[in-house]
Every structure is written in C-alpha cells, then in structure tokens.
Write a protein that binds this ligand. Structure first.
Ligand code: URA
Length: 236
C-alpha cells in the first residue's frame, strides 16, 4: 500500500499532514528517506516518523461504556455519536459501533474497524449472547419468564429466539422489577418491544456483556478501553 495511506491508517495525521512530513524528510522506511507519498510499503517494513517507529496495527477494538444520550452511529448532523467519545487519535478510518444500543441505553458497546468481526458478531446465525440489566415498570414474574423462554412472537411475523429472564427484585406494591435478561439476537428495540408485548415498560437498560466480553466494573460511563486481539478472539 502507499506510504501515505499506511500512515493515515495509523492515524498519524491527515493526508495533507503526511505529505508535509514526507516533504520535510521525516518519514523513513527501512532506513531510507521516503521521497514520494506514492512509495509502496509492506506491513512488515520498518517505518519511522520523526524518529519514532510506527508499528502497523490494522484493526483496533474498543470497549466503550456507553452513556445515555449518545447515538450508536458514526455521524449525525445534530446529535452526539459514540465516535465523538473516542480520543481523536483513536478515531481510525472505518471505526464503527458493532450493532446498536438505543440512545437511552447504557453499557457495553464494542467499536472496531475490523469489518469481518463486525459482520460475524451481527450475523443472525451467530447467536452471540447479550446480557442486559433493566428496570421495569411492571411486575415481571415466572409467567413472564416462561413467555420469553418459549420464543415469543413480536408482531405478526417475527418469531424470537428463546430469551432468559432472571428476576433480581420485585416490588409488587409499586409495580416495578429489576431484572437481568439474556437475548441472542439484536432486533430493533427488541427488549423494549418484548416487555411492551407483555404490558410492561423498560425504564432503564444497561448492557453488561456480549459473548464473553464483560463491562469492567471500574470503567466509567463515557470511558473506553482498547482490547487486544487475544481478548477479542474468544468473544464469538
Ligand atoms: N433492546 C432494546 O430495546 N434497546 C437496546 O438498546 C438494546 C436492546
């Protein structure tokens, strides 16, 4: 690939910045000064910019604790997106959220520029388990759990896969519940619609895990950590 693309992929700067660095003879490949942005480089070449080696890492994986009020999208005209929560140097080309959490949902959201992984995690036949904690307006009980476990219909045509409901707290007097819920699909507003179908309302929703990736308890809302390939490869 061209050296300017390589450096842009590594977020060294804009194409314009990179052309300037090349002009200033600050880009060195295998010990030789790069003379043109068109020069081809391999991922195995030793590339230095202004004396610092640039290690080539094609894919990046960030685990974000999504706060409320932020869209799971890459850009939006008027609203803040999850990409804006990444430090500018981490906004690699092609970074997208893996699936979506609603604007008012919080918790674990993976962001990556690894299109293959993204595709695999979202493919309908992959069934990656996602666990949420939720506050419910309504009394979720064993009957509710049975309904969800049986693979209910959502509307007239959508048959859902079985979902696991764990009741954490039940307040019959105030008609509220706290639950943990595991689903293996990601249909639009799925959990809110499932509870809506049994006459209840989700008042707060927080994703705790996806596959074997868990939200670290010390990761504050709006903050994120970079994961290594090793940490990510067992997720499926
Ligand atoms: N189900 C929902 O209803 N909303 C989410 O954000 C995720 C799952």
């Amino acid at each position: 690939m061209r050296i300017d693309k390589y450096l842009a992929n590594m977020n060294i700067g804009s194409r314009k910045d990179i052309h300037q660095l090349i002009k200033e003879k600050l880009v060195i490949v295998n010990g030789k000064i790069v003379k043109t942005p068109k020069q081809q480089v391999e991922e195995t070449d030793k590339v230095c910019v202004d004396g610092n080696e640039v290690a080539y890492q094609k894919y990046h994986y960030f685990l974000l604790n999504k706060p409320k009020g932020v869209l799971s999208a890459t850009e939006d005209r008027s609203q803040k997106t999850v990409i804006s929560l990444l430090d500018p140097q981490d906004r690699y080309q092609g970074i997208v959220p893996v699936g979506r959490l609603d604007k008012d949902t919080t918790g674990l959201l993976l962001l990556t520029n690894d299109g293959q992984l993204n595709h695999e995690l979202l493919a309908p036949n992959k069934h990656v388990a996602k666990v949420y904690r939720a506050q419910i307006a309504g009394v979720a009980d064993e009957e509710t759990a049975k309904t969800f476990a049986s693979g209910m219909m959502l509307g007239d045509v959508t048959k859902l896969k079985p979902a696991k409901l764990k009741i954490l707290k039940q307040d019959r007097e105030n008609a509220t519940s706290e639950i943990e819920f595991e689903i293996s699909e990601g249909k639009y507003h799925q959990i809110k619609r499932m509870f809506g179908a049994v006459g209840m309302k989700v008042t707060a929703l927080d994703r705790l895990s996806m596959g074997n990736l868990h939200l670290p308890s010390d990761l504050k809302r709006g903050k994120y950590v970079e994961l290594s390939l090793d940490e990510i490869k067992n997720i499926k």
